[in-house]
Design a protein around this ligand. Structure first.
Ligand code: HEC
Ligand code: HEC
Length: 261
């Protein structure tokens, strides 16, 4: 069963990647200029000042969208990824008439027994802070905010961190645990943790707390918005130690985007 899931994840990742490579042509001719500039400006105004129940994004995500602790960096993320996340935050859990009990799982060791509780929702990502604000946004707001943050610069530089932790994190990132069918993070998130288009978000430079928190949310079922459950299946195989090691590794990577602007 775990075998099958592993190969499906790898095969689907490959298919999606190829699909988007071939779509590239269309994107090359995508016209950005005039409207984009206006969208960036409007997005900036909303990001800095907020409006009504929408708080200024800068108050949690930092003055330049650089993030901190549980607040992710959003500067330089792919525009379509930002848009998708905001739409997913805004979506209500489908009312299916039954209350699902949380299944408690033990994440201490790698080969673990768990029953997969996949609920095929249209992609829900609930957060007490983000969801109400995302609900209050118009389509226009979402477009503008995505335009603004995707063009913002971001860079991160390595800090002094315990090298053993980093090495263990790197091991998981570049090799995975093939003996337990855990894929390497690089396969989807890129060799430098830089991400791939709107499909796979960057991990490089994201705060340690945020990375751990997201994996916990997948394990608990609070985040259930990844295409084909690609990330959920990986998250479900990670131990508590894996989360800490890999989060420190990615958080500590050198990375920069949009710097020349
Ligand atoms: C009160 C604090 C707060 C404010 C204000 C806030 N955010 Fe967030 N944001 C969060 C938290 C916390 C998360 C992580 C949620 C989770 O764990 O799923 C988040 C996540 C996000 C993400 C997902 C990033 C990713 O890597 O998946 C995006 C995009 C985002 N916020 C955009 C915005 C925008 C745009 C604004 C301004 C309109 C904003 N946020 C204002 C707290 C905030
Ligand atoms: C098979 C592909 C695949 C592999 C392998 C994979 N991921 Fe992911 N990951 C995804 C997808 C898809 C998303 C979510 C995209 C979305 O929400 O639309 C994601 C999102 C994430 C996020 C949330 C980022 C954010 O900005 O909110 C974290 C953290 C993460 N992955 C960590 C990891 C780690 C650590 C590993 C290695 C142990 C890993 N991933 C391996 C596909 C993958």
């Amino acid at each position: 069963m775990a075998n099958l899931r592993y190969y499906i994840a790898i095969a689907l990742g490959l298919v999606i990647t190829l699909m988007y490579w071939f779509k590239e042509d269309a994107d090359v001719h995508y016209e950005r200029p005039v409207q984009e500039v206006a969208a960036v400006e409007k997005g900036k105004t909303l990001a800095l000042n907020g409006r009504g129940s929408i708080m200024a994004c800068t108050s949690c995500h930092g003055q330049n969208g650089e993030g901190m602790a549980n607040y992710p960096r959003i500067a330089g993320l792919n525009a379509a990824y930002i848009k998708k996340q905001l739409e997913d935050f805004a979506r209500d859990l489908p009312d299916i008439g039954v209350v699902l009990e949380r299944v408690s799982k033990d994440y201490e060791k790698t080969p673990r027994d768990y029953k997969d509780l996949t609920v095929y929702t249209p992609g829900v990502r609930h957060d007490d802070l983000m969801s109400p604000m995302a609900k209050a946004m118009t389509k226009e707001d979402i477009k503008n905010l995505s335009a603004y943050y995707s063009t913002q610069a971001f860079s991160s530089t390595p800090k002094a961190v315990d090298h053993l932790t980093l090495e263990r994190g790197e091991e998981l990132a570049v090799r995975g645990k093939p003996e337990y069918m855990v894929p390497r993070c690089e396969a989807c998130h890129g060799p430098k943790g830089e991400g791939f288009r709107e499909l796979f978000p960057p991990l490089a430079g994201q705060p340690v707390e945020y990375i751990i928190d997201q994996i916990n949310r997948w394990q608990r079922g609070d985040r259930d918005n990844d295409n084909l459950s690609l990330m959920k299946n990986v998250a479900n195989m990670m131990t508590d130690a894996d989360k800490i090691n890999v989060a420190r590794y990615y958080s500590n990577m050198s990375y920069s985007i949009n710097e020349e602007n």
